[in-house]
Design a protein around this ligand. Structure first.
Ligand code: DAH
Length: 340
């Protein structure tokens, strides 16, 4: 019995794992239900009673040694095989799948291109803003509800309270502070609002702001610029309509609708059977805003407009749930492979 145990022990020590299948071979040979170690347990029955304990212990030790070797071997042998695959320099290279632009990037670029063509430059500003650029310089009275904690994310920086910008109109102020007219610029960027996330609202989204300041800029210039934009973006047959509205930073102000591209203004559930879709807000820059930014409102006038990129993307791609834009769902994103 003792020789048999020793012989198997030597065999275990001498065993070499060369390929992955050796691991399973080892297990069956030594530890399988008909393996050598199991066989020793069977022999234990014939051993005299007073020696049973001693032999039993030895067989247990042998089994543990075999198990330890098996566990260790598993790792090294698999590693070896991996290594071999890596070294196969003749293996043909697999096709790598191409990514796609995000739909919001595609739309942003389209908007930027449309305005570039008529001489608008691009300007950007910080997403972390102060009260002056986001509200005060834009003629928001101190008690205006948009300053409310419920709409704006505030950050306490020492004594100072700073905010995540709630709109890209803040960039208007920065551009006017740092440039002299004529100014013709658009500012794309991300904005933040303290909203509960749902299909129709999100705590962050994207806007493009437009600003044109010069001598004798009129409401007619604004209307013509927006009509040009609508035709470029939604097709030559598109029409726009302006509805009077209110924004603190423009006077007069308007909201702009484009004729429904989905039903050709015949009426459908997207345009709620009105034939029109709301796309942006706009107006003539309030003289208070010009003066606050150091531009002489007696000499210069201008117009501004702001639109949501998600809104335009929704109309172009018929995506009604805002949340999907930031969920990184590859099935959604893959659909934009051929665009942009
Ligand atoms: N800032 C506005 C918003 O976030 C959008 C806007 C409206 C921008 C009218 C403008 C404007 O420049 O003239 O809702």
């Amino acid at each position: 019995m003792i020789e048999q145990i020793q012989k198997i022990e030597e065999e275990i020590t001498a065993f070499k794992f060369n390929i992955a299948s050796d691991v399973e071979k080892f297990r069956i040979h030594f530890l399988g239900s008909k393996g050598l170690v199991k066989g020793l347990y069977a022999l234990l029955r014939e051993v005299p009673n007073q020696e049973k304990k001693m032999f039993g212990q030895k067989i247990n030790d042998l089994r543990t040694a075999a198990e330890n070797k098996l566990n260790g071997a598993h790792i090294t042998s698999v590693k070896k095989e991996d290594h071999k695959v890596k070294e196969d320099i003749t293996k043909p290279v697999g096709e790598s799948s191409l990514g796609s632009h995000h739909p919001l990037s595609i739309i942003k670029r389209e908007i930027v291109d449309i305005f570039n063509k008529i001489g608008f430059s691009i300007s950007e500003g910080p997403e972390i803003e102060d009260d002056w650029h986001n509200f005060s310089a834009l003629n928001f009275p101190p008690e205006h509800p948009a300053r409310d904690m419920q709409d704006t994310f505030f950050i306490q920086k020492g004594e100072e309270e700073i905010a995540l910008r709630t709109h890209t109109s803040s960039v208007q102020v920065r551009v006017m502070e740092n440039n002299r007219p004529p100014i013709r610029t658009i500012s794309p960027g991300r904005v933040y609002r303290n909203e509960a996330i749902s299909a129709r609202a999100h705590c962050f989204f994207h806007q493009v702001e437009g600003l044109y300041i010069d001598e004798d800029v009129s409401f007619a210039d604004l209307k013509q610029t927006l009509l040009y934009f609508a035709k470029e973006m939604f097709g030559d047959k598109s029409e726009i309509r302006l509805r009077p509205s209110y924004f603190p930073f423009t006077e007069p102000s308007a909201e702009v609708d484009v004729s429904c591209t989905i039903c050709n203004s015949k009426g459908c559930n997207v345009c709620k059977y009105t034939g029109w879709l709301e796309i942006l807000g706009c107006g003539m820059v309030d003289p208070n805003v010009l003066n606050a930014s150091g531009i002489d409102s007696k000499k210069y006038s201008g117009f501004a407009f702001g639109m949501g990129i998600e809104r335009i993307a929704q109309l172009k791609y018929k995506v009604n749930d805002l949340r999907i834009y930031s969920e990184n769902d590859i099935r959604f994103l893959n659909q934009f492979k051929s665009e942009g």
